[in-house]
Design a protein around this ligand. Structure first.
Ligand code: E4P
Length: 217
């Protein structure tokens, strides 16, 4: 399973990249605003800064909600850097724009996906990634992980190439459950990645090894 980090924070992206386990980055307008990145030029520059920090795909989201606007914005985003993936909302014009970019060989990420039917449309439109938001489904007492399982089954039934990018991952158990269910990618905060390191027996074992080494030296 690929690991993407879901943030626009350059320090956190660098920390994950330095661990050697990062495969890409996802951002959205809220994450950009959280870092205080506002204004089109600053936002575009920030995408380039992110691309220069990591080796993998970097999802950059369009703001337009009509086909023409999405095409214009998406083309400008794709021109920024060859690591950019155009992130499009799961609405009718978003599906149409996804097909447009797929046909041109530009990578896409269909975002705000909350149902198997939406994921089926994304795959039909040739999306590179589909982003089911599991945490936001859990927030409304609906099983987000079940959506990953349903999409996995549907995509495997027909051999769709679209990668399932489990999004709105909130914690380490989401990561592990997504891996068990066969999600191709997960995107979450840095804590959902570094949290995987933690085990008390590792800490106790290491302490003992170091103490025993010191005894003999
Ligand atoms: C996905 O690409 C989104 O940026 C993200 O995962 C949303 O997560 P949230 O529900 O924690 O805001």
């Amino acid at each position: 399973m690929k690991f993407f980090i879901d943030t626009a924070n350059l320090e956190q992206i660098k920390e994950a990249q330095d661990m050697g386990i990062l495969d890409g980055v996802t951002t959205n307008p809220s994450l950009m605003a959280k870092e205080g990145i506002t204004g089109t030029n600053n936002i575009l520059k920030h995408y380039v800064d992110i691309c220069n920090l990591v080796d993998g795909d970097v999802s950059a989201e369009v703001i337009a909600t009509d086909f023409e606007g999405m095409v214009k914005e998406g083309e400008a985003l794709a021109d920024l850097h060859d690591q950019i993936v155009v992130k499009l909302p799961m609405i009718k014009d978003g599906v149409k724009a996804c097909k447009y970019f797929s046909d041109k060989g530009i990578k896409t990420n269909m975002t705000l996906v909350f149902s198997p039917g939406q994921a089926l449309l994304a795959a039909k439109a040739g999306a590179t990634y589909v982003s089911p938001f599991i945490g936001r489904l859990d927030d409304i007492s609906t099983d987000g992980l079940n959506l990953i399982a349903e999409i996995r089954m549907i995509y495997d039934n027909y051999g769709f190439d679209t990668e399932i990018l489990a999004a709105s991952v909130r914690h380490t158990m989401h990561v592990i459950d997504c891996a068990k269910l066969g999600a191709d990618v997960m995107t979450g905060p840095l804590s959902s990645i570094t949290g995987l390191l933690n085990h008390p027996l590792t800490d106790i074992g290491l302490e003992k090894f170091l103490a025993d080494y010191k005894k003999g030296n």
